[in-house]
Design a protein around this ligand. Structure first.
Ligand code: SAM
Length: 281
């Protein structure tokens, strides 16, 4: 038995019913290629390998590599000893796509690369950030176990107090759904927080059309800078550094957004309209 390293966020899933429930939510098909981040001792890996076309896992802790090859008994599995935060995900998903041999000539577009991960809490947001811009042709969906609080922030819509920059950022790229919550007792050792499983299905096209993504996200970040302030005051505070082309008041009016509203009430569509109005030449 390999001892858990706290520094690597190692809380291993020990409740088989939860593992089964995650796999059932993924429902892998025989043509699916699964990228598992942080397989650890393989609680999810064994089940995934049984049901999918191929599983390629990325694990930072070298101690698990041999253990995984020994316990995942199917040959449609490989693991690389790498840090998921420091790798080229475009290259990696491209090579994962070639794992099913031979590629089916009649069916090439139907092979999906799907991420499944019970993520250590400290890397969950940076990992999601890395995977989001890959696009649907590289990554079909991500089923992730996260700290419940982060899961709520990602999946909630306007009007809720959890809705913020991260919600807009993820929902721009993905259709986000919270699937179910998981108590600390499902893990060994038990984490201090409640967890939740979410599914992010990468959209064919972003949820809204924006001329410049970098500007759009900078604007959203500024809008949420001080949650208790109105959208007008937050944007006025950021106006100089964001180099708006139009005065904030008239842009709000043009976008049909009342100036006393708070950012947490704006939909992605409203943020996009506001961005267009602020940068109108
Ligand atoms: N999937 C296993 C399970 O459900 O029992 C383990 C989950 S545990 C919460 C997180 C796993 O991610 C650990 O195996 C840990 O070593 C691995 N990990 C931590 N940081 C990582 C990183 N930067 N890149 C890849 N794996 C990482």
């Amino acid at each position: 038995m390999i001892r858990a390293k706290k520094s690597l966020g190692q809380n291993f899933l020990s409740d088989q019913r939860v593992a089964r429930r995650i796999i059932d939510s993924v429902s892998p098909l025989a043509d699916d290629i699964i990228v598992e981040i942080g397989p650890g001792a393989g609680a999810l890996t064994r089940l995934l390998a049984k049901q999918s076309g191929y599983v390629v896992a990325v694990e930072i802790d070298a101690r698990f590599v041999d253990e995984l090859y020994r316990t995942v008994k199917t040959d449609n599995f490989s693991v690389v000893n790498r840090d998921a935060l420091n790798m080229d995900w475009v290259e990696f998903t491209k090579s994962a796509m070639s794992m099913l041999h031979p590629p089916r000539r009649d069916y090439p577009d139907r092979r999906r690369v799907r991420v499944v991960a019970n993520l250590p809490y400290y890397i969950s947001t940076p990992i999601i950030e890395k995977l989001l811009p890959l696009g649907r042709h590289r990554l079909f969906d991500m089923t992730l176990m996260l700290q419940k609080e982060v899961a709520d922030r990602i999946t909630t819509g306007p009007g809720s107090k959890e809705y913020g920059y991260l919600s807009v950022r993820v929902q721009y790229y993905c259709d986000a759904a919270k699937l179910f919550e998981v108590p600390p007792s499902a893990f060994t050792p038990e984490p201090k927080v409640q967890s939740a499983v979410i599914c992010l299905t990468v959209r064919e096209r972003p949820a809204v059309e924006v001329a410049d993504e970098e500007r759009f996200f900078a604007l959203v970040r500024a809008a949420f800078a001080q949650r208790r302030k109105t959208i007008l005051n937050n944007l006025k505070a950021g106006a100089r550094s964001l180099e708006f082309k139009q005065p904030v008041e008239s842009a709000l009016e043009a976008a049909g957004v009342a100036s006393r509203r708070r950012a947490e009430t704006l939909s992605l569509g409203e943020f996009a309209a506001l961005c267009a109005a602020l940068y109108r030449e």
